[in-house]
Design a protein around this ligand. Structure first.
Ligand SMILES: *Cc1c(COP(=O)(O)O)cnc(C)c1O
Ligand code: SF4
Length: 367
């Protein structure tokens, strides 16, 4: 048995097993874990410094999950945008293809909390074959996002087979894998897995770090293995109350991602998912996070901040008010709050002005 399989097998799946180590009363949490599965493997458990810290909040059930009266189960309307089971076709040229119902950890804030890890998500050879044939018969699909659950929990051979089938479709240009494995079970990124993945270029991976403490020697090594195989790594972070809602924490996370060569891609406003209301911040706080990044640190450390629109409208970018007004003059505010104006080109293009400008340029050119 490989290390990662052993770690998975040794996962804690009941809150009671945390009592000895952290001295908590597990009783109220057992009910939560019955409704929404718990799985914390020894590696991720080892990142917890104390009960209630940002790592704990992501991994350990909380009573709040049962008291959410605000959020619906499927806010992104994924089920209604699935032409075949486990495939979401929301955008014109790309699809989300769910190939595994299991995860290395059940994140308490998960967007697919309604179905991951339970028997509510039916994925088998039949649904996967249906997904592949849907993609094959829709040549407009040039980008396939392989997700779940976590696709990297599939056995090597199975994943190899799915990727081979997708790669054999001539209209599929890029394949992306969405996985939290480099963060929560980095031991899964074995040399054998990487040898499989690198056969299917152009292949991209987006992973999901939410806190600087998740960047460890092991996760760094896992990312390096993938990147050294020519797989660009992006990161999607969810803005979470009590985890990364302090601008300083988020800035440190983004900077540390660049240190391990992972490019920040998105910061998501937390989806309105039933059982996760206690994780949500205001949108103003999200804007503040972006404001504290842009200009203050490397541009490469600044991802797009998006809200995945409830009802299935897709990801919508949100920016602080850098653009103050538009017209003949564009009024702009920089990261320090200073105002600048830019003369709008189209507004100035009166024929006589253009001629004057050309004559002026001609005189300059002729000395
Ligand atoms: C997020 C998402 C995508 C990919 O969006 P990008 O902005 O291209 O990364 C595609 N389909 C669905 C259903 C999604 O939720
Ligand atoms: S790994 Fe992703 S899909 Fe799985 S529980 Fe965490 S957020 Fe949800």
């Amino acid at each position: 048995m490989e290390t990662w399989q052993r770690l998975l097998q040794e996962s804690i799946v009941r809150p009671g097993d945390l009592t000895r180590r952290f001295g908590i009363d597990p009783q109220p949490l057992e009910k939560v874990a019955e409704l929404y599965p718990m799985r914390v493997n020894p590696y991720y458990l080892g990142l917890i410094k104390s009960a209630g810290d940002p790592i704990w909040r992501q991994a350990v059930p909380a009573e709040d999950e049962l008291h959410d009266t605000v959020c619906p189960a499927d806010p992104l309307d994924e089920e209604n945008q699935s032409p075949v089971p486990n495939l979401v076709h929301r955008y014109p040229d790309r699809v989300l293809f769910l190939v595994c119902a299991e995860c290395a950890m059940y994140c308490r804030f998960c967007t697919r909390k309604r179905k991951v890890g339970g028997d509510k998500m039916h994925i088998d050879q039949e649904t996967i074959a249906q997904g592949i044939s849907y993609i094959r018969s829709h040549p407009e699909i040039r980008d396939v996002i392989v997700s779940g659950g976590d696709p990297l929990l599939l056995a090597d051979e199975r994943l190899d087979w799915i990727l081979k089938e997708l790669r054999a479709i001539p209209t599929v240009e890029i394949i992306r894998i969405g996985t939290r494995v480099p963060v929560v079970l980095p031991q899964r990124i074995t040399p054998a897995l990487v040898r499989i993945l690198r056969r299917y270029h152009p292949l991209y991976i987006n992973t999901h770090f939410n806190h600087p403490d998740e960047i460890t020697e092991q996760s760094t090594k896992a990312c390096a293995r993938l990147i050294d195989a020519g797989i660009p790594l992006g990161n999607q972070t969810v803005l979470l109350r009590g985890v990364n809602d302090e601008p300083e924490v988020m800035k440190r996370l983004m900077q540390k991602l660049l240190l391990i060569r992972v490019r920040p891609y998105y910061i998501y406003q937390a989806d309105m998912v039933q059982g996760t209301n206690h994780f949500r911040t205001t949108v103003e706080e999200g804007i503040e996070v972006i404001r504290s990044l842009r200009g203050h640190t490397s541009g490469m450390a600044v991802p797009a901040y998006v809200i995945d629109a409830p009802g299935g409208g897709g990801k919508i970018p949100i920016l602080p008010d850098y653009l103050q007004s538009m017209g003949d003059e564009v009024v702009l505010k920089n990261y320090q709050g200073r105002t600048f104006t830019y003369a709008n080109a189209a507004a100035k293009c009166e024929p006589e002005q253009l001629q004057a400008a050309n004559e002026w340029a001609g005189r300059k050119a002729n000395g």
